[in-house]
Design a protein around this ligand. Structure first.
Ligand code: IPM
Ligand code: MG
Length: 388
């Protein structure tokens, strides 16, 4: 079977050469509004510090409240409105008053799937000031310094394809199906994206995750496409793991892993394990990318709506700061992304942390501390300005 590489839909496009970025912000539910407002402060500080680029934000009030009031999360022309932006900054969706599958399919998947954000990217590192459960188990913080991974999750099909149905509802013989869909085009484009990512990282190593011993159709196609794409990247080394064994390797030999590619559900599960091993699910970022750049990509912290702490100024905004760094990097401002992460790590390294990480500051104080550190680093590095 031939490759589809030459066709437009799988092309990975370079960042645009722009200096002004229109960002759509969708804070949505729970702690979403607090962390997104923290993220916007940090992005504005970054732009003021660099001066070579700027942001404007449009705010979309698409939340579970909106759904309960109007019957829809997104208005009929919502996707068209989003398409007028360079990127989407998303908070969290989830509300006890709305079943989870309604809120997920009504908002997040209703954006990711039609906008073909087929590559979900989840970098995992143990940031300064955060301690990993691996240090306790393996007895040495040095053992964990080697945890530096990026998980590439297929984000448009697989187990989240939404195919299936229910019949004989309420009867003892009630039947439900949940069908995973794997298409050659879908598998090939994520594989190629994952190999490009692996190639861009120093280790140039990829671990391909499968379950083709038990799942003998979709997963076998997944294996075959991997075998084909792998040959196009002779400079990238690869190995193959069954998803269950992968959990052991992540825990026991974290230093042997670099880039991971897995299906939608497998990577969903592995990324929670990754976030826990890196010390906290509260700080993990996600990018939902349309690598062709025909549509805006969407960036969100992984943590979810956390209603129990909403509105109390205790939410950890670091997941959103890391998310903002990934967004800025995707937009082509690599240097600003690095500086933002350095500011976050320096701040946490000094012990300025929210309560979930053993610190004592609130969301707002954490945000001010990171903004100050951005300004300090910016002054020290004499970041390039438009005029220079
Ligand atoms: C994630 C989350 C979501 C997912 C939930 C909220 C449906 O766990 O982004 O990993 O499964 O995709
Ligand atoms: Mg998840």
């Amino acid at each position: 079977m031939g490759s589809i590489a030459a066709e437009q839909p799988t092309k990975i496009a370079p960042p645009p050469s722009k200096s002004h970025y229109k960002i759509a912000s969708i804070p949505a539910d729970g702690i979403g509004p607090e962390v997104i407002s923290a993220g916007i402060s940090v992005l504005e500080t970054l732009a003021e510090t660099f001066k070579s680029f700027s942001f404007s934000f449009s705010h979309f009030d698409w939340s579970s409240d909106t759904y309960l009031r109007t019957g829809a999360y997104i208005p009929p022309d919502g996707l068209k409105q989003l398409k007028a932006h360079d990127a989407i900054l998303f908070g969290a969706v989830g509300d006890l008053r709305v079943p989870d599958h309604i809120s997920l399919w009504g908002l997040r998947l209703a954006i990711c799937q039609p906008l073909q954000q087929y590559a979900n990217v989840r970098p995992t590192r143990i940031l300064q000031g955060v301690s990993s459960p691996l240090s306790a188990c393996q007895g040495s913080p040095a053992a964990t310094s080697k945890l530096d991974w990026v998980i590439i999750r297929e984000n448009s099909e697989g187990e989240y394809a939404g195919h299936g149905g229910r019949s004989h509802i309420g009867q003892p013989w009630e039947t439900a199906t949940e069908v995973s869909i794997f298409t050659r085009v879908g598998v090939e484009r994520i594989m190629r994206f994952a190999y490009e990512t692996a190639r861009s990282r120093p280790k140039k190593h990829i671990t391909f995750v499968t379950k083709s011993n038990a799942q003998r159709n979709g997963m076998v196609l997944w294996d075959e496409v991997h075998d084909m794409v792998r040959k196009e990247y002779p400079d990238v080394t690869s190995d193959k793991m069954l998803v269950d064994a992968m959990t052991c390797r992540m825990t026991l030999q974290p230093e042997t892993i670099d880039t991971i590619v897995a299906t939608n559900l497998h990577a969903d599960i592995l990324s929670d394990l990754a976030a826990a091993l890196a010390g906290s699910i509260g700080i993990a970022p996600t990018s939902n990318l349309d690598p062709t750049r025909q549509n805006p990509s969407m960036f969100e912290p992984i943590h979810g709506s956390a209603w129990d702490i909403a509105g109390k100024d205790v939410a950890n905004p670091v997941g959103t700061f890391w998310t903002c760094a990934e967004m800025v990097r995707w937009l082509g401002q690599e240097e600003a992304a690095e500086l933002l992460m350095e500011a976050v790590e320096n701040t946490m390294g000094k012990g300025v942390k929210t309560r979930d990480l053993g610190g004592s500051v609130g969301t707002k104080e954490m945000t001010s501390a990171v903004c100050e550190e951005i300004q300090r680093l910016g002054a020290g590095n004499a970041v390039p300005t438009k005029a220079s």
